[in-house]
Design a protein around this ligand. Structure first.
Ligand SMILES: [Zn+2]
Length: 587
């Protein structure tokens, strides 16, 4: 887009737009002297400190300090980027936006142009005689003409070339392939309609561009849902069905309701639950997170996390939790999807369910309790270890602590020690709990290849064991499972016992034994003394480097002369040791 065209049109829009008029569309303004005032829409207040100066075409709030021109207001209120705000205001005042040649020719523009043609065709087909089954289907779901208009629903007839013939002569066939509306047969190169015998749900983005389509089979048939493929204009990971129509509802309710199907979204909106949006058959992505963060940080999930691909659903919800969203789960009675439920019980009944929605952690806890036998301590620990990783993702310590009692209640934990361990684990955001306590106290961490090979050398080679045990220094190995294993080996040697996997395994905690078993089962050949020494050197070198880094950081922080001297002294010593280690390896 040419720079001058663009800035010209920005000025034309700015000159045409009346800030007072635009603001009044959203909030009631009261005249006060030469200006207008209102309760600020951007912060909560009881006395109005939000002002609109119609002469200067500026707004500002003495309460929260926001202010700016008409573009700024629209961007803040509508949570839009500048281009969207410009487009909206230009549209409102009937000012055509210049379309740069480059943009006109982009793949994205080609796809959007094809989609605009296609939606007209789909909508027309719904009204034709061939669309009778689709009309019946929609009517059976309670969808009248008005809803069909609002959501621009359509119908793709059965057959391979209905849309293809419609588009012929209007857009290049190649563009229709780019848009994913025509598919191409590999062998013959012939194209055909992708959507056949399906109700069509156009997918709009926040700028009201028709970016893609969803199609649902009317009767039986697979797949039940079919979306446009990823194109230059459409990505499942960047769009949510119904979001443009849900913006206002989300803002009003302070949350959004996430459902799975197109019909669920429409049914909820019809009933007045206008904050509902639909996933497009994909997990949550960073793109979705960006999209949603503009509107709310509270997500009500209304699809069964047990349904197809529980693992995938869990990962999606994890993405939301990690990004600071508050996630709650609504459970509807078995066999009731949101569409059925809201048609039977209305918005009121549905909102009652929303009010009972469980925080995701609690939902998960109950689900685990239904699956794992928590009558025994072993089961309780196992169950806790399933939930702790999710709890650890919560940033807010108060929120985390709030769940301890719930966990204890649901899993029936009464043992004071276990309770204490649990509280500590939750506070420290640990992902596992160990009944022995000792292991749980060390932060869980991965085990490096060097550590694994060192353990192997200690276990497999009696001669190497004696030499290496003499050479391992106290903090060569960080606290944790490996350190525990090495200690057990040392104990065995000191007692004059044979060092065997079963014996050492019996002498360490469960997690350490699991690790030892894994190391033993690895298909590598036994490690030699030389290799063991190499591993030890590597571990020591990285430990020394780490200490060096810490000293360096403290030195940069500054401090009293005596402290600096001491740090410098330690630094010199460390440097000597690192060099000695390096020389030894080189020789
Ligand atoms: Zn304010």
């Amino acid at each position: 887009m040419g720079g001058r065209d663009r800035s010209d049109v920005v000025e034309v829009v700015r000159a045409s737009a009346d800030l007072r008029e635009i603001v009044s569309d959203y909030i009631p303004l009261k005249k006060s002297g030469a200006k207008f005032r209102a309760l600020c829409p951007f912060h909560t207040e009881k006395t109005p400190s939000f002002w609109v100066d119609a002469d200067k075409q500026l707004f500002y709030c003495f309460g929260c300090g926001v202010g700016g021109d008409v573009f700024k207001f629209v961007m803040l209120y509508e949570k839009m980027e500048f281009p969207e705000a410009l487009k909206m205001l230009a549209g409102r005042y009937g000012i055509p936006l210049p379309v740069g040649r480059r943009e006109e020719n982009s793949d994205r523009q080609k796809v959007l142009a094809v989609n605009r043609q296609a939606v007209g065709y789909f909508r027309e087909q719904l009204q034709r005689s061939g669309g009778e089954a689709a009309r019946k289907y929609l009517a059976s779901r309670g969808l009248g003409r008005e809803t069909i208009e609002q959501w621009q629903l359509g119908f793709a007839p059965d057959g391979w070339s209905g849309l293809k013939s419609h588009l012929a002569g209007k857009v290049p066939e190649e563009h229709a392939v780019l848009a994913g509306l025509l598919a191409r047969k590999e062998e013959t190169g012939r194209t055909y309609d992708r959507f056949r015998d399906r109700v069509i749900f156009p997918i709009l983005n926040l700028s009201d561009e028709m970016v893609g389509f969803g199609g649902r089979v009317i009767g039986a048939g697979e797949p039940k849902y079919l979306n446009s493929p990823e194109t230059a204009a459409f990505s499942k990971g960047e769009n949510l069905y119904g979001l443009p129509l849900a913006k206002e509802g989300i803002r009003k309710q302070g949350h959004l309701v996430l459902v799975e199907g197109y019909m669920d979204v429409i049914a909820l909106h019809r009933a007045g639950v206008t904050e509902a949006v639909g996933t497009l058959g994909t997990g949550f992505t960073a793109g979705h997170v960006r999209l949603l963060k503009r509107f709310t940080d509270r997500v009500v999930v209304n699809f069964d996390p047990d349904a197809a691909g529980r693992a995938a659903t869990k990962r999606s919800l994890e993405v939301l939790l990690e990004n600071g969203f508050e996630v709650v789960v609504v459970a509807l009675p078995p066999g009731k999807d949101p569409d059925l439920y809201v048609r039977e019980f209305g918005a009121e009944g549905y909102r009652a369910r929303l009010a009972e929605a469980l925080p995701y952690i609690e939902y998960l806890t109950r689900e685990v309790a239904g699956r794992v036998d928590v009558a025994q301590t072993k089961g309780k620990i196992e169950a806790l270890n399933e939930v702790l990783p999710f709890l650890a993702r919560l940033d807010n310590p108060v929120q985390r602590a709030g769940h301890v009692e719930m966990l204890a209640t649901v899993f029936g934990i009464e043992d004071r020690l276990v309770l204490q361990e649990l509280a500590t684990a939750v506070r420290e955001r640990r992902k596992t709990l160990d009944p022995h306590g000792a292991v749980a106290a060390a932060p869980a961490r991965g085990v490096s290849e060097s550590e694994a090979r060192l353990v192997r050398a200690l276990m497999d080679d009696g001669e190497a064991r004696g030499v290496l045990l003499g050479e391992i220094e106290e903090d060569d190995i960080e606290p944790g499972r490996v350190a525990e294993i090495v200690k057990a080996i040392r104990r065995s040697v000191e007692k004059g016992e044979d060092v065997t996997y079963p014996r050492i395994g019996a002498d360490v905690s469960d997690p350490a034994r699991d690790l030892l078993t894994r190391i033993a089962a690895a298909s590598h050949p036994p490690a030699s003394l030389e290799e063991g020494r190499g591993c030890l050197k590597g571990l020591r070198a990285s430990r020394l480097q780490r200490q060096m880094g810490e000293i360096q950081k403290r030195l940069e922080g500054g401090g009293e002369a005596a402290l600096i001297d001491e740090l410098l002294r330690r630094k010199v010593m460390l440097k000597r040791r690192i060099e000695a280690l390096r020389d030894a390896s080189a020789s």
